[in-house]
Write a protein that binds this ligand. Sequence first.
Ligand code: KG4
Ligand code: ZN
Length: 346
Amino acid sequence: MLIIGIESSCDETAVAVLRDGRQVLSSKISSQIARHAPFGGVVPEIAAREHLNAIQPLFDAALSESGIKIGDLDAIAVTQGPGLVGALLVGVSFAKGLAVANNKPLIPVDHVHAHIHGALLGLSDSVAESILPCLALVVSGGHTNMYLVESPLKFKLIAHTADDACGECLDKVGKLLGLPYPGGPWIEKRAAHGDPDAIPMPRMVERKSRMEFSYSGLKTHMAQMIARQTQPIPEQMVNDMCAAFQREAFNQIIRKLDIARTQHPQIRGIVVAGGVAANKKFREMAQATFAPRKIECHFPDLAYCSDNAAMIAALGWHMLKERGAGAFLDLAWDVYARYPFETHAT
Ligand code: KG4
Ligand code: ZN
């Protein structure tokens, strides 16, 4: 089965072609980071315009690299949300046009759930299925969500952030420290030369029963600490601050994962996805905690941590397999900006 995925929810335009939901024939990504960097964050209006410029050439390149024609496709999968409305509209309008013109089913895909399937790309069917049921974390610039995934399309949200997302907090603290945008990878680089024990750090949402994340307190703590320093802050101190801050940002997630694991003893593994999952220290900390407990912790290939369209096509493939093409012929649906949190349990 051949599916093309289209992603335009934030600051990456992406198009990918997948065979049978796992084999990536082409995955093209155009990042807008350089356009937003001078503003220290994503500017929605700029993002939408950049998607408009990028989408057709990316689509052409993905088709040509995969060696297929539009007529060969079984379906088109596109990010429906959550994301920036103007940005989402570019991908969805493009995909709807393609679907109408070529008489193809159009699968609306949830971006956050898709990150989890992005982490399973490259695994064989049997290995990917052997991880289920699992705990899955999506740790990105917009989300810090933990799910119990019982089957490929059954995601039960068991924790999310009460305020900032983990990646958002890394980016904001990076900005306060004068590091380039986005802060996450820069904090990782500086932390590699720092001592995490050199700076005391508060622990957030410690109460064991509270299944939620919180990052605004940690961000405020860092903002106050940075404001107290004489400027410019010595290089080594910035390194130490990055190491201590990053460790607590990740420790909070690992503590909650450890609680969730005991609450859901049926899980066979842990999947960590989203841009922050690219962080090597985070990977090491998770492995160090869960390997001795004999729980496999699975992280995506680096290519599928940040936003990409292969993950959109992968989830679309599961939806098509389960519901059939007839379920995706109706195009009377719209984008959605926010993640619906009604299933959240405290
Ligand atoms: O998944 P993603 O590309 O986009 C969203 O859906 O938000 O995640 C972007 C986030 C940013 O906050 C960025 O700073 C963070 O992922 N990030 C990292 C690393 N690479 C990207 N955070 C920590 N360490 C990294 N190596
Ligand atoms: Zn994302």
